[in-house]
Ligand binder design. Structure first.
Ligand code: AGP
Length: 360
């Protein structure tokens, strides 16, 4: 069943492997018989009425929100702000005239996010929850809900929920574009099916990912992740994954920011994992890599077919520029998994953490 590990040593690995099926399931759930996007009219109206969307979330769901902002702005032309729930709760920014709140939460139980929802409802403002758990608190209390259909996620480290959240956000963005009459050539459903195949290729490459974990992360105290554009959001998620299960101090940085301070931390042999999946900034991130390599860093490059260079460690299959996060996160999830495994950590139940944080 969904909640059993079967032949897997850990839920995390099982859940990483489930991602192609999750994406295909989302495609099915959000498509009608005419192959049109199936979304409730109410949600369509709520998005259409908004002059600005406020995405509220925590942790990995926040990282999905960062990608969601790009999708909603680039595909549907709606301005979006993404906020960490606990920050928004006690330091609310100025709101636009017609805001719409989107709460992203795997569990639907995160207290920080719920705290914001309570205030939003008090203020009479509209809300949508994107959650993996129908019937959860956020699902029940928000005006509208969208589901991620990822099946139960048991491992504390979130994997399939993250890709599922971004997939749903891409469908929401495309739906909003169509509703607004925007001429977009972004076909979320079609592109997601390509993503599902790409994820499958990457989850089949476990031996390579395990070897990278051995080569770069067995002994190290710290690790840096760098990226630009969409890749910047994904490296933040990659760093969170690595630190929460392997206890390696890891941070995700915008490639162009290194020279403003962080580069001081680079020593001989410091692992720097770079994502290079964005055509528009490929030259720039390659330049940033040179900067750290010349200071002694040990570079590990995850690039995309067509943008790859000799010596790159992982080349992900070509997917739409806007959906690269769903594919590029897979190697980062697997590398984190194997790093934690070989450092003797409790992969599914890391110290100090709970699956859902129901206290503020
Ligand atoms: C991710 O690996 C985490 N363990 C954590 O950051 C999580 O994403 C966060 O607590 C939010 O949870 P939620 O999606 O259930 O609201």
């Amino acid at each position: 069943s969904d909640t059993e590990k079967g032949t897997y040593a850990h839920y995390m690995l099982k859940e990483i492997d489930e991602q192609p099926f999750v994406i295909r399931n989302i495609i099915q759930q959000y498509q009608d018989e005419q192959n049109e996007i199936k979304l409730s009219k109410d949600i369509r109206k709520a998005v259409g009425n908004a002059d600005r969307i406020y995405i509220i979330a925590a942790g990995t769901s926040y990282h999905a929100g960062l990608v969601g902002k790009e999708l909603l702005e680039k595909v549907a032309g709606i301005p979006v702000e993404v906020h960490i729930a606990s920050e928004f709760l006690y330091n609310q920014p100025l709101l636009s005239e017609k805001p719409l709140f989107i709460f992203i939460s795997q569990s639907g139980e995160t207290a920080d996010s719920r705290g914001v929802l309570v205030n939003v409802k008090k203020a009479g403002l509209p809300s949508v929850t994107i959650t993996n758990v129908p019937g959860s608190t956020l699902d029940r209390e928000a005006d509208f809900a969208l589901y991620t259909y990822a099946g139960p996620e048991i491992a504390v480290a979130s994997t399939k929920a993250y890709t599922a959240q971004m997939a749903v956000l891409s469908i929401l963005a495309m739906d909003a574009a169509i509703a607004k009459g925007i001429d977009t050539d972004f076909d979320a459903i079609h592109e997601l099916s390509i993503v599902a195949n790409a994820i499958e290729v990457l989850t089949d490459a476990k031996d390579e990912m395990e070897q990278i974990a051995r080569d770069y992360l067995l002994e190290t105290r710290n690790a840096f992740f760098i990226g630009r554009g969409f890749d910047y959001h994904v490296v933040q998620e990659g760093a969170l994954k690595l630190k929460e299960i392997s206890y390696i101090q890891a941070e995700g940085f915008a490639g162009g920011e290194l020279k403003h301070g962080t580069i001081a931390l680079i020593e001989d042999g410091t692992p720097v994992i770079a994502l290079a999946t964005q055509q528009s900034v490929n030259l720039n991130i390659r330049g940033n890599l040179q900067e750290v390599v010349s200071r002694g860093a040990n570079p590990c490059v995850v690039s995309m077919d067509g943008l790859n260079r000799k010596g790159d460690n992982v080349v992900i299959p070509k997917v739409h520029d806007y959906l690269t996060p769903l594919a590029s996160v897979i190697p980062l999830q697997l590398i984190s998994y194997y790093a934690a495994l070989h450092r003797g950590c409790d992969v599914d139940k890391p110290r100090n953490l709970a699956k859902s944080v129901t206290v503020e």
